[in-house]
Design a protein around this ligand. Structure first.
Ligand SMILES: Nc1ncnc2c1ncn2[C@@H]1O[C@H](COP(=O)(O)OP(=O)(O)OP(=O)(O)O)[C@@H](O)[C@H]1O
Ligand SMILES: [Mg+2]
Length: 373
């Protein structure tokens, strides 16, 4: 079996490091505070929070994980949220009772299949779910909390709530949360600039409402050790220098390190027992080759200005609005670059870290350097 894993939440032996961050998350929640976890795409937020959930559940906390990514309407939020809370309740009848009392405009339905097993469903009493229904619904975890059992609600891809500005979701949620005694929250998401604004802008409801943790890259020395050990299990050697080369080819981003290492393992398993930089290079090229149609289409879809900026960012991303940068990369006015940068950020193609910008996918970056003209 391939010792590297990517594209899913990593657990068990596939997960390494993050001990300090894990302790910090756990202690913040134990202290009864809310927490927000920032990191660019694919740095390992969800996996880390799942690990924290395991620890907290062992200590008797009830953890409700809710992902905003599949939510496409306020009705779908209601349905998915109810189900996420229900999944954690052992007593279905009691849950139905609590829901019915709390939210009069949503009717729980219990049907029984042939074997007598209860199936849970809901019916909306309103044509359109109203803000007051959502306000009541947000208290569902609080109302279900057993006496003294603390509950933690994890909102993943939390920045997506801005889709529901029309019912003032952000303010609604903040006001409910403030009144709850048994529930604490972990917020995380991959659009760092949006999430950061929610928690750091004085005019926003969530301003200063949660302890903030910024997740960086995994420490290089630990990653090297991990890569070496994983290959060694199958009697494949890789030097520290080559492991370092692999990490740099993958832009030092956890997901892409696993993707490239997995490809290198696949390439070597029955043929080589020593990994060279050459093998790593071949595998990186192969990843780009396999994704070339997607990369081509993605690049082609950008405006002329966005393409120019992407080409410049593929080379360097520091001080991109300075006149030296604009001149060096033959870009037009700073205001135009600003506009292109915000579109690319919005679409998740580029990321910002402090004042520097970078292309999120290191293989797309190489594709731009090598092929895009
Ligand atoms: N601590 C870790 N140990 C090993 N691999 C990791 C670790 N953290 C992240 N990864 C790698 O990164 C991938 C993405 O992790 P995860 O989905 O948790 O990140 P994310 O930040 O939530 O991503 P997204 O922005 O797509 O939601 C994993 O599938 C795994 O390959
Ligand atoms: Mg995630």
């Amino acid at each position: 079996m391939n010792p590297f894993s990517y594209g899913t939440i990593v657990k068990g032996e596939f997960f390494f490091d993050r001990n300090e961050e894990l302790e910090r998350i756990v202690s913040t929640l134990q202290g009864g505070n809310n927490l927000v976890l920032f990191a660019p795409r694919r740095f390992g937020k969800t996996s880390l929070v799942f690990k924290a959930m395991e620890v907290l559940e062992q200590q008797g906390y009830k953890c409700i994980y809710f992902d905003f990514f599949p939510v496409y309407s306020i009705e779908s939020f209601a349905e998915l949220f109810i189900n996420a809370v229900r999944k954690k309740e052992a007593n279905l009848n009691k849950f139905v009772q609590v829901l019915a009392e709390l939210v009069k405009t949503i009717r729980p339905k219990l049907t029984f299949d042939g074997s007598g097993k209860a199936e849970f469903g809901i019916e909306f009493a309103e044509n359109k779910v109203s803000a007051s229904t959502i306000a009541n619904l947000l208290d569902l975890p609080e109302k279900n909390a057993e006496s003294r059992q603390k509950t933690i609600v994890i909102f993943d891809e939390f920045q997506e709530i801005s889709k529901f500005d029309n019912i003032g979701f952000e303010n609604l949620l903040r006001s409910r949360i403030q009144q709850q005694e048994n529930v604490n929250y972990i917020f995380l998401g991959s659009k760092t600039h949006l999430l950061s604004d929610m928690f750091n802008n004085r005019n926003r409801a969530f301003y200063n409402s949660a302890f903030q943790i910024q997740l960086g890259a995994l420490p290089e020395a630990d990653t090297i050790t991990y890569i070496k050990e994983r290959f060694e299990k199958d009697s494949i050697n890789i030097t520290d220098e080559s492991a370092q080369y692999l990490i740099s080819q993958a832009g030092n981003i956890p997901y892409y390190i696993q993707l490239l290492a997995s490809e290198v393992w696949q390439y070597s398993i029955n043929t080589y027992n020593q990994i060279s930089d050459e093998i790593i290079k071949i595998c990186a090229e192969k990843i780009i080759f396999l994704k070339r149609d997607y990369y081509f289409e993605l690049f082609d879809r950008q405006s002329v200005m966005q393409k120019q900026l992407l080409k410049a960012l593929a080379i360097d991303g520091e001080n991109i609005f300075s006149s030296a940068y604009l001149k060096k990369h033959r870009l037009s006015a700073a205001s135009t670059v600003q506009k292109s940068a915000s579109v690319l950020l919005e679409n998740g193609i580029i990321e910002r870290s402090g004042s520097s910008y970078f292309i999120g996918d290191p293989f797309f970056k190489k594709f731009i350097v090598n092929y895009a003209s």
